[in-house]
Write a protein that binds this ligand. Structure first.
Ligand code: GUN
Ligand code: ZN
Length: 469
Protein backbone atom coordinates (compact mmCIF):
# COMPACT_ATOMS: atom_id res chain seq x y z
CA UNK A 1 0.00 0.00 0.00
CA UNK A 2 1.20 3.53 -0.75
CA UNK A 3 1.93 5.75 2.19
CA UNK A 4 0.10 9.09 2.12
CA UNK A 5 3.36 10.86 1.37
CA UNK A 6 4.18 8.54 -1.46
CA UNK A 7 0.68 8.86 -2.96
CA UNK A 8 0.93 12.64 -2.84
CA UNK A 9 4.32 12.58 -4.59
CA UNK A 10 2.93 10.26 -7.24
CA UNK A 11 0.01 12.58 -7.76
CA UNK A 12 2.38 15.55 -8.11
CA UNK A 13 4.54 13.61 -10.53
CA UNK A 14 1.55 12.59 -12.62
CA UNK A 15 0.26 16.11 -12.79
CA UNK A 16 3.65 17.26 -14.07
CA UNK A 17 4.05 14.38 -16.52
CA UNK A 18 0.54 14.52 -17.92
CA UNK A 19 -0.05 18.24 -17.80
CA UNK A 20 -2.82 18.85 -15.24
CA UNK A 21 -1.57 22.03 -13.68
CA UNK A 22 -2.92 23.46 -10.48
CA UNK A 23 -5.82 25.89 -10.96
CA UNK A 24 -3.71 28.98 -10.36
CA UNK A 25 -1.16 27.89 -12.97
CA UNK A 26 -3.62 27.20 -15.76
CA UNK A 27 -6.64 28.83 -17.38
CA UNK A 28 -8.01 25.52 -18.55
CA UNK A 29 -11.69 24.74 -18.08
CA UNK A 30 -12.40 21.13 -17.10
CA UNK A 31 -15.90 19.80 -17.75
CA UNK A 32 -17.04 16.45 -16.37
CA UNK A 33 -19.64 15.06 -18.75
CA UNK A 34 -20.79 12.15 -20.90
CA UNK A 35 -19.25 12.29 -24.36
CA UNK A 36 -20.02 10.89 -27.79
CA UNK A 37 -17.80 11.67 -30.75
CA UNK A 38 -15.78 10.02 -33.52
CA UNK A 39 -12.03 9.65 -33.25
CA UNK A 40 -9.84 10.72 -36.14
CA UNK A 41 -9.30 7.82 -38.52
CA UNK A 42 -7.96 7.77 -42.03
CA UNK A 43 -10.91 5.83 -43.42
CA UNK A 44 -14.49 7.06 -43.41
CA UNK A 45 -15.50 4.59 -40.71
CA UNK A 46 -18.22 5.72 -38.30
CA UNK A 47 -18.38 2.36 -36.49
CA UNK A 48 -14.65 2.04 -35.87
CA UNK A 49 -14.22 5.70 -34.99
CA UNK A 50 -17.17 5.88 -32.59
CA UNK A 51 -16.21 6.68 -29.00
CA UNK A 52 -18.49 6.87 -25.97
CA UNK A 53 -17.15 8.01 -22.62
CA UNK A 54 -19.76 7.63 -19.88
CA UNK A 55 -17.79 9.79 -17.43
CA UNK A 56 -15.14 11.98 -19.02
CA UNK A 57 -13.19 15.14 -18.45
CA UNK A 58 -13.12 17.53 -21.39
CA UNK A 59 -10.39 20.13 -20.87
CA UNK A 60 -10.48 23.31 -22.90
CA UNK A 61 -7.86 26.03 -23.00
CA UNK A 62 -7.72 29.12 -25.21
CA UNK A 63 -10.52 27.91 -27.42
CA UNK A 64 -8.92 24.54 -28.07
CA UNK A 65 -9.52 21.06 -26.69
CA UNK A 66 -6.47 20.18 -24.63
CA UNK A 67 -7.45 16.77 -23.30
CA UNK A 68 -10.24 14.26 -23.32
CA UNK A 69 -10.10 11.27 -21.03
CA UNK A 70 -12.01 9.13 -18.57
CA UNK A 71 -12.66 11.05 -15.34
CA UNK A 72 -11.10 8.35 -13.20
CA UNK A 73 -7.89 8.52 -15.14
CA UNK A 74 -7.81 12.34 -15.03
CA UNK A 75 -8.23 12.34 -11.24
CA UNK A 76 -5.54 9.66 -10.92
CA UNK A 77 -3.23 11.97 -12.84
CA UNK A 78 -3.79 14.76 -10.36
CA UNK A 79 -6.70 16.78 -11.69
CA UNK A 80 -8.08 18.89 -8.85
CA UNK A 81 -11.77 17.97 -8.53
CA UNK A 82 -12.71 21.30 -6.97
CA UNK A 83 -12.14 23.14 -10.25
CA UNK A 84 -14.16 20.75 -12.36
CA UNK A 85 -17.56 21.80 -13.77
CA UNK A 86 -19.98 18.95 -13.17
CA UNK A 87 -22.17 18.34 -16.24
CA UNK A 88 -22.61 14.61 -15.83
CA UNK A 89 -26.34 14.92 -16.49
CA UNK A 90 -25.62 16.20 -20.02
CA UNK A 91 -24.42 14.40 -23.13
CA UNK A 92 -21.76 16.36 -24.97
CA UNK A 93 -21.30 16.08 -28.73
CA UNK A 94 -19.14 17.97 -31.21
CA UNK A 95 -21.09 20.95 -32.56
CA UNK A 96 -23.28 20.04 -35.51
CA UNK A 97 -22.07 20.97 -38.97
CA UNK A 98 -24.69 21.97 -41.55
CA UNK A 99 -23.11 21.61 -44.97
CA UNK A 100 -25.94 23.23 -46.93
CA UNK A 101 -28.20 26.01 -45.69
CA UNK A 102 -29.58 29.34 -46.94
CA UNK A 103 -29.30 32.28 -44.54
CA UNK A 104 -31.98 34.19 -46.44
CA UNK A 105 -34.74 31.60 -46.30
CA UNK A 106 -35.88 31.50 -42.68
CA UNK A 107 -39.08 33.33 -43.53
CA UNK A 108 -40.11 30.91 -46.25
CA UNK A 109 -39.75 27.68 -44.29
CA UNK A 110 -43.04 25.80 -44.67
CA UNK A 111 -44.15 27.67 -47.81
CA UNK A 112 -47.09 25.63 -49.11
CA UNK A 113 -47.73 23.58 -52.14
CA UNK A 114 -44.95 23.83 -54.73
CA UNK A 115 -42.06 21.78 -56.09
CA UNK A 116 -38.62 23.22 -56.75
CA UNK A 117 -39.01 25.50 -59.78
CA UNK A 118 -42.38 26.95 -58.75
CA UNK A 119 -41.21 27.20 -55.14
CA UNK A 120 -38.22 29.26 -56.26
CA UNK A 121 -40.40 31.61 -58.30
CA UNK A 122 -43.29 31.88 -55.86
CA UNK A 123 -41.44 32.15 -52.56
CA UNK A 124 -37.65 32.11 -52.72
CA UNK A 125 -36.84 34.83 -55.23
CA UNK A 126 -39.35 37.31 -53.75
CA UNK A 127 -37.95 36.72 -50.25
CA UNK A 128 -34.34 37.07 -51.39
CA UNK A 129 -35.28 40.31 -53.16
CA UNK A 130 -36.17 41.76 -49.74
CA UNK A 131 -32.48 41.42 -48.78
CA UNK A 132 -31.75 44.40 -51.05
CA UNK A 133 -32.80 46.48 -48.07
CA UNK A 134 -29.90 46.74 -45.67
CA UNK A 135 -31.94 46.88 -42.46
CA UNK A 136 -33.95 43.80 -43.36
CA UNK A 137 -30.81 41.91 -44.40
CA UNK A 138 -29.08 42.87 -41.15
CA UNK A 139 -31.96 41.85 -38.92
CA UNK A 140 -32.48 38.53 -40.69
CA UNK A 141 -28.78 37.69 -40.75
CA UNK A 142 -28.43 38.24 -37.02
CA UNK A 143 -31.52 36.15 -36.39
CA UNK A 144 -30.10 33.38 -38.57
CA UNK A 145 -26.77 33.25 -36.73
CA UNK A 146 -28.53 33.14 -33.36
CA UNK A 147 -30.79 30.40 -34.69
CA UNK A 148 -27.82 28.28 -35.79
CA UNK A 149 -26.45 28.36 -32.26
CA UNK A 150 -29.83 27.64 -30.68
CA UNK A 151 -30.07 24.58 -32.92
CA UNK A 152 -26.63 23.32 -31.89
CA UNK A 153 -24.99 24.11 -35.22
CA UNK A 154 -21.51 25.53 -34.81
CA UNK A 155 -20.30 25.44 -38.42
CA UNK A 156 -22.23 25.83 -41.66
CA UNK A 157 -21.65 26.14 -45.38
CA UNK A 158 -24.03 28.95 -46.22
CA UNK A 159 -25.72 30.47 -49.25
CA UNK A 160 -26.32 34.19 -48.77
CA UNK A 161 -28.16 36.14 -51.51
CA UNK A 162 -26.91 37.76 -54.69
CA UNK A 163 -26.46 41.03 -52.76
CA UNK A 164 -22.85 41.50 -51.77
CA UNK A 165 -23.83 43.15 -48.48
CA UNK A 166 -25.72 40.01 -47.39
CA UNK A 167 -22.37 38.19 -47.30
CA UNK A 168 -20.47 40.96 -45.46
CA UNK A 169 -23.25 41.09 -42.88
CA UNK A 170 -23.07 37.35 -42.32
CA UNK A 171 -19.29 37.26 -42.03
CA UNK A 172 -19.34 40.17 -39.57
CA UNK A 173 -21.89 38.33 -37.43
CA UNK A 174 -19.74 35.18 -37.57
CA UNK A 175 -16.64 37.17 -36.58
CA UNK A 176 -18.52 38.60 -33.58
CA UNK A 177 -19.32 35.08 -32.43
CA UNK A 178 -15.94 33.62 -33.45
CA UNK A 179 -17.74 30.96 -35.52
CA UNK A 180 -16.15 28.84 -38.22
CA UNK A 181 -18.41 29.44 -41.18
CA UNK A 182 -18.06 29.27 -44.93
CA UNK A 183 -20.38 31.39 -47.03
CA UNK A 184 -20.76 32.95 -50.41
CA UNK A 185 -22.61 35.45 -52.55
CA UNK A 186 -25.08 33.77 -54.87
CA UNK A 187 -24.05 34.16 -58.51
CA UNK A 188 -27.02 34.51 -60.80
CA UNK A 189 -27.06 36.32 -64.14
CA UNK A 190 -30.15 34.92 -65.87
CA UNK A 191 -33.54 33.24 -65.37
CA UNK A 192 -34.41 35.06 -62.15
CA UNK A 193 -36.05 38.41 -61.31
CA UNK A 194 -34.07 41.40 -62.56
CA UNK A 195 -33.46 42.67 -59.02
CA UNK A 196 -31.51 39.52 -58.15
CA UNK A 197 -29.32 39.37 -61.26
CA UNK A 198 -25.71 40.36 -60.85
CA UNK A 199 -24.79 40.53 -64.54
CA UNK A 200 -21.88 42.92 -64.63
CA UNK A 201 -20.57 42.75 -61.08
CA UNK A 202 -21.14 39.22 -59.72
CA UNK A 203 -17.60 37.98 -60.27
CA UNK A 204 -15.95 41.22 -59.14
CA UNK A 205 -18.10 41.20 -55.97
CA UNK A 206 -17.09 37.61 -55.33
CA UNK A 207 -13.42 38.42 -55.72
CA UNK A 208 -13.69 41.42 -53.41
CA UNK A 209 -15.38 39.26 -50.74
CA UNK A 210 -12.73 36.54 -51.07
CA UNK A 211 -9.98 39.14 -50.62
CA UNK A 212 -11.72 40.67 -47.62
CA UNK A 213 -12.92 37.61 -45.71
CA UNK A 214 -11.45 34.30 -46.86
CA UNK A 215 -9.06 33.06 -44.15
CA UNK A 216 -9.91 35.88 -41.76
CA UNK A 217 -10.06 34.27 -38.31
CA UNK A 218 -12.32 31.23 -38.79
CA UNK A 219 -14.02 32.33 -42.01
CA UNK A 220 -13.92 30.70 -45.41
CA UNK A 221 -15.35 31.82 -48.73
CA UNK A 222 -17.41 29.63 -51.06
CA UNK A 223 -17.85 30.54 -54.72
CA UNK A 224 -21.62 30.10 -55.06
CA UNK A 225 -23.33 29.80 -58.44
CA UNK A 226 -26.96 29.19 -57.37
CA UNK A 227 -27.37 26.35 -59.89
CA UNK A 228 -26.46 25.97 -63.53
CA UNK A 229 -29.79 27.25 -64.84
CA UNK A 230 -29.47 30.74 -63.33
CA UNK A 231 -25.96 31.36 -64.66
CA UNK A 232 -24.73 31.84 -68.20
CA UNK A 233 -21.82 29.73 -69.43
CA UNK A 234 -19.71 32.85 -69.21
CA UNK A 235 -20.54 33.35 -65.54
CA UNK A 236 -19.91 29.69 -64.67
CA UNK A 237 -16.54 29.79 -66.48
CA UNK A 238 -15.59 33.03 -64.73
CA UNK A 239 -16.49 31.37 -61.41
CA UNK A 240 -14.25 28.44 -62.39
CA UNK A 241 -11.42 30.87 -63.21
CA UNK A 242 -11.78 32.41 -59.75
CA UNK A 243 -11.66 28.93 -58.21
CA UNK A 244 -8.38 28.38 -60.02
CA UNK A 245 -7.02 31.73 -58.92
CA UNK A 246 -7.97 31.05 -55.28
CA UNK A 247 -7.44 27.27 -54.98
CA UNK A 248 -8.30 27.05 -51.29
CA UNK A 249 -11.74 28.63 -51.47
CA UNK A 250 -14.80 26.39 -51.45
CA UNK A 251 -17.35 25.91 -54.24
CA UNK A 252 -21.01 25.27 -53.47
CA UNK A 253 -24.01 24.85 -55.73
CA UNK A 254 -27.09 22.69 -56.34
CA UNK A 255 -27.04 19.60 -58.54
CA UNK A 256 -29.70 17.30 -59.94
CA UNK A 257 -32.35 17.94 -57.31
CA UNK A 258 -35.62 17.66 -59.22
CA UNK A 259 -36.45 15.88 -62.49
CA UNK A 260 -38.04 18.92 -64.15
CA UNK A 261 -35.02 20.98 -63.12
CA UNK A 262 -32.64 18.41 -64.62
CA UNK A 263 -34.52 18.40 -67.95
CA UNK A 264 -34.65 22.23 -68.06
CA UNK A 265 -30.96 22.55 -67.20
CA UNK A 266 -29.77 19.98 -69.73
CA UNK A 267 -31.79 21.87 -72.36
CA UNK A 268 -29.91 25.07 -71.54
CA UNK A 269 -26.46 23.46 -71.88
CA UNK A 270 -26.79 21.11 -74.85
CA UNK A 271 -23.02 20.90 -75.23
CA UNK A 272 -22.69 19.16 -71.84
CA UNK A 273 -23.07 15.38 -71.62
CA UNK A 274 -24.95 15.59 -68.31
CA UNK A 275 -25.73 17.96 -65.43
CA UNK A 276 -22.42 17.43 -63.65
CA UNK A 277 -20.55 18.05 -66.88
CA UNK A 278 -21.87 21.63 -66.93
CA UNK A 279 -19.96 22.32 -63.73
CA UNK A 280 -17.01 20.17 -64.75
CA UNK A 281 -16.51 22.08 -68.03
CA UNK A 282 -16.50 25.32 -66.08
CA UNK A 283 -13.80 24.09 -63.67
CA UNK A 284 -16.19 23.83 -60.72
CA UNK A 285 -15.77 20.11 -59.98
CA UNK A 286 -12.53 20.30 -58.06
CA UNK A 287 -11.88 18.52 -54.79
CA UNK A 288 -13.20 18.09 -51.25
CA UNK A 289 -13.89 21.80 -51.27
CA UNK A 290 -16.60 21.40 -53.93
CA UNK A 291 -19.95 20.66 -52.27
CA UNK A 292 -23.03 19.82 -54.35
CA UNK A 293 -26.43 19.89 -52.69
CA UNK A 294 -28.87 17.02 -53.42
CA UNK A 295 -27.53 14.93 -56.35
CA UNK A 296 -30.65 12.78 -56.31
CA UNK A 297 -31.00 12.00 -60.02
CA UNK A 298 -27.40 11.29 -61.03
CA UNK A 299 -26.16 8.63 -63.46
CA UNK A 300 -23.52 6.08 -62.51
CA UNK A 301 -21.00 8.02 -64.58
CA UNK A 302 -21.74 11.26 -62.73
CA UNK A 303 -21.30 9.46 -59.40
CA UNK A 304 -17.96 8.02 -60.56
CA UNK A 305 -16.71 11.47 -61.55
CA UNK A 306 -17.88 12.96 -58.25
CA UNK A 307 -16.02 10.24 -56.36
CA UNK A 308 -12.87 10.67 -58.44
CA UNK A 309 -12.84 14.39 -57.71
CA UNK A 310 -13.39 13.83 -53.94
CA UNK A 311 -16.20 16.37 -54.08
CA UNK A 312 -19.16 15.69 -51.84
CA UNK A 313 -22.94 15.58 -51.88
CA UNK A 314 -24.88 17.39 -49.19
CA UNK A 315 -27.83 15.08 -48.55
CA UNK A 316 -30.80 17.25 -47.58
CA UNK A 317 -33.58 14.80 -46.69
CA UNK A 318 -35.97 17.26 -45.08
CA UNK A 319 -35.86 19.48 -48.17
CA UNK A 320 -36.12 16.54 -50.57
CA UNK A 321 -39.25 15.29 -48.83
CA UNK A 322 -40.80 18.73 -48.45
CA UNK A 323 -40.37 19.70 -52.13
CA UNK A 324 -41.08 16.16 -53.32
CA UNK A 325 -37.71 16.15 -55.09
CA UNK A 326 -37.00 12.46 -54.65
CA UNK A 327 -35.29 9.94 -52.39
CA UNK A 328 -31.50 10.00 -52.47
CA UNK A 329 -30.15 6.46 -52.71
CA UNK A 330 -27.26 6.48 -50.25
CA UNK A 331 -26.34 2.92 -51.16
CA UNK A 332 -25.47 4.09 -54.67
CA UNK A 333 -23.31 6.90 -53.29
CA UNK A 334 -21.57 4.43 -51.02
CA UNK A 335 -21.14 1.95 -53.86
CA UNK A 336 -19.34 4.54 -55.98
CA UNK A 337 -17.39 5.96 -53.03
CA UNK A 338 -18.95 9.43 -53.11
CA UNK A 339 -18.45 11.42 -49.91
CA UNK A 340 -21.58 12.86 -48.32
CA UNK A 341 -22.84 14.80 -45.36
CA UNK A 342 -26.34 15.38 -43.98
CA UNK A 343 -27.62 18.96 -44.21
CA UNK A 344 -30.77 20.98 -43.53
CA UNK A 345 -31.21 23.04 -46.73
CA UNK A 346 -33.43 25.51 -44.88
CA UNK A 347 -35.74 27.00 -46.21
CA UNK A 348 -36.75 24.08 -48.45
CA UNK A 349 -35.71 22.01 -45.46
CA UNK A 350 -38.14 22.54 -42.62
CA UNK A 351 -35.78 22.82 -39.65
CA UNK A 352 -32.27 24.00 -38.82
CA UNK A 353 -32.11 21.21 -36.27
CA UNK A 354 -29.78 18.42 -37.30
CA UNK A 355 -31.73 15.94 -35.13
CA UNK A 356 -34.61 16.61 -37.53
CA UNK A 357 -32.34 16.18 -40.59
CA UNK A 358 -31.10 12.85 -39.20
CA UNK A 359 -34.67 11.68 -38.55
CA UNK A 360 -35.64 12.45 -42.14
CA UNK A 361 -32.44 10.86 -43.43
CA UNK A 362 -33.30 7.66 -41.60
CA UNK A 363 -36.79 7.62 -43.13
CA UNK A 364 -35.57 8.37 -46.67
CA UNK A 365 -33.06 5.54 -46.30
CA UNK A 366 -35.79 3.20 -45.06
CA UNK A 367 -37.66 3.96 -48.30
CA UNK A 368 -34.60 3.06 -50.38
CA UNK A 369 -33.77 -0.15 -48.54
CA UNK A 370 -30.83 1.14 -46.53
CA UNK A 371 -30.72 1.15 -42.75
CA UNK A 372 -28.98 4.31 -41.59
CA UNK A 373 -27.47 3.65 -38.17
CA UNK A 374 -27.38 6.30 -35.45
CA UNK A 375 -23.59 6.17 -35.61
CA UNK A 376 -23.57 6.97 -39.28
CA UNK A 377 -26.19 9.72 -38.94
CA UNK A 378 -24.24 11.53 -36.18
CA UNK A 379 -21.00 11.00 -38.08
CA UNK A 380 -22.46 12.67 -41.20
CA UNK A 381 -23.46 15.71 -39.17
CA UNK A 382 -20.14 15.99 -37.26
CA UNK A 383 -16.78 14.50 -38.21
CA UNK A 384 -17.99 13.10 -41.55
CA UNK A 385 -19.33 16.52 -42.50
CA UNK A 386 -16.04 18.12 -41.43
CA UNK A 387 -14.22 15.64 -43.68
CA UNK A 388 -16.60 16.32 -46.56
CA UNK A 389 -15.75 20.02 -46.22
CA UNK A 390 -12.01 19.42 -45.81
CA UNK A 391 -12.14 20.87 -42.29
CA UNK A 392 -11.48 17.82 -40.14
CA UNK A 393 -8.08 19.10 -39.00
CA UNK A 394 -9.95 21.85 -37.14
CA UNK A 395 -13.43 20.67 -36.19
CA UNK A 396 -15.77 17.69 -36.15
CA UNK A 397 -14.74 15.87 -32.98
CA UNK A 398 -13.45 16.44 -29.45
CA UNK A 399 -9.89 15.21 -29.90
CA UNK A 400 -7.11 17.26 -28.32
CA UNK A 401 -5.96 19.99 -30.66
CA UNK A 402 -9.37 20.56 -32.25
CA UNK A 403 -11.28 23.80 -31.88
CA UNK A 404 -13.61 23.57 -28.88
CA UNK A 405 -16.98 23.76 -30.63
CA UNK A 406 -19.45 21.49 -28.87
CA UNK A 407 -23.08 21.06 -27.81
CA UNK A 408 -24.60 19.71 -24.64
CA UNK A 409 -27.81 17.72 -24.82
CA UNK A 410 -30.22 17.58 -21.90
CA UNK A 411 -32.80 14.78 -22.17
CA UNK A 412 -34.67 16.25 -19.18
CA UNK A 413 -35.83 19.05 -21.50
CA UNK A 414 -38.38 16.66 -22.99
CA UNK A 415 -40.14 14.37 -20.56
CA UNK A 416 -41.22 11.91 -23.28
CA UNK A 417 -37.57 11.52 -24.22
CA UNK A 418 -36.39 11.39 -20.62
CA UNK A 419 -38.87 8.55 -20.03
CA UNK A 420 -37.96 6.78 -23.25
CA UNK A 421 -34.25 6.69 -22.55
CA UNK A 422 -34.91 4.94 -19.24
CA UNK A 423 -35.64 1.98 -21.52
CA UNK A 424 -32.62 1.96 -23.81
CA UNK A 425 -29.90 -0.66 -23.55
CA UNK A 426 -27.03 1.08 -25.28
CA UNK A 427 -25.66 4.46 -26.26
CA UNK A 428 -26.62 3.68 -29.87
CA UNK A 429 -30.25 3.27 -28.85
CA UNK A 430 -30.09 6.47 -26.84
CA UNK A 431 -28.67 8.43 -29.77
CA UNK A 432 -31.33 6.99 -32.02
CA UNK A 433 -34.05 8.20 -29.64
CA UNK A 434 -32.64 11.76 -29.71
CA UNK A 435 -32.48 11.86 -33.49
CA UNK A 436 -35.94 10.36 -33.90
CA UNK A 437 -37.87 12.15 -31.15
CA UNK A 438 -35.66 15.14 -30.44
CA UNK A 439 -35.41 18.68 -31.65
CA UNK A 440 -33.55 21.86 -30.75
CA UNK A 441 -35.25 22.04 -27.35
CA UNK A 442 -32.82 19.32 -26.24
CA UNK A 443 -29.88 21.69 -26.70
CA UNK A 444 -28.79 22.89 -23.26
CA UNK A 445 -25.70 24.83 -24.33
CA UNK A 446 -23.70 25.52 -27.46
CA UNK A 447 -19.99 26.35 -27.12
CA UNK A 448 -17.93 28.17 -29.71
CA UNK A 449 -14.16 27.91 -29.22
CA UNK A 450 -14.71 27.04 -25.58
CA UNK A 451 -17.15 29.88 -24.87
CA UNK A 452 -20.83 29.20 -24.14
CA UNK A 453 -22.59 31.21 -26.86
CA UNK A 454 -26.07 29.81 -26.32
CA UNK A 455 -27.80 28.61 -23.16
CA UNK A 456 -31.33 27.27 -23.26
CA UNK A 457 -33.50 30.02 -21.74
CA UNK A 458 -36.52 27.82 -21.01
CA UNK A 459 -37.31 26.52 -17.55
CA UNK A 460 -36.85 22.78 -17.18
CA UNK A 461 -40.15 20.87 -17.00
CA UNK A 462 -40.90 19.37 -13.61
CA UNK A 463 -39.88 15.71 -13.46
CA UNK A 464 -42.56 13.26 -14.58
CA UNK A 465 -44.78 15.85 -16.27
CA UNK A 466 -45.18 15.12 -19.96
CA UNK A 467 -44.22 17.95 -22.29
CA UNK A 468 -44.61 18.33 -26.05
CA UNK A 469 -42.47 15.85 -27.93
N1 GUN B 1 -31.91 25.20 -56.45
C1 GUN B 1 -31.61 26.46 -56.80
N2 GUN B 1 -31.82 27.31 -55.77
C2 GUN B 1 -32.28 26.56 -54.76
C3 GUN B 1 -32.67 26.87 -53.43
O1 GUN B 1 -32.64 27.99 -52.96
N3 GUN B 1 -33.08 25.80 -52.68
C4 GUN B 1 -33.11 24.53 -53.15
N4 GUN B 1 -33.51 23.55 -52.37
N5 GUN B 1 -32.75 24.24 -54.40
C5 GUN B 1 -32.34 25.24 -55.20
ZN1 ZN C 1 -30.26 24.74 -51.21
Amino acid sequence: MLTEDCALRLQQLNSVCFGYQSRDQSNAMHIRTRIVHFRDTLADAPDAAFEYLSDAILSVEQGTIRRLEAAESAFDKGLDATGVIDMRHLLTLPGFIDSHVHASQQNIIAAFGEQLMDWLNAYTFPEETRFAELDYAEQETERFMEALLAHGTTTALIFCTSFKHSVSLLFEQALKRNMRVIAGKVLMDRNAPQALLDKSHGIADTQALIERYHGKKRLGYAITPRFAGTSTREQLCAAGDLAEQYPDVWIQTHLSENKAEVAWTNGLFTEAKDYLDIYQRAGLLKNERSVFAHGIHLSDDELKRLAASKSSIAFCPSSNLFLGSGLLDLQRLRHFGVQYSIASDVGAGTSLCQFRSMADAYKVCQMTGYTLSAREAYYRTTLGAAKALGLSDYIGNLSPGKEADFVMINPARNTHIANRIEHVNSIDEELFVYMTMGDERLIEQTYIAGVPMYSNPQQLPPKGVLTRS
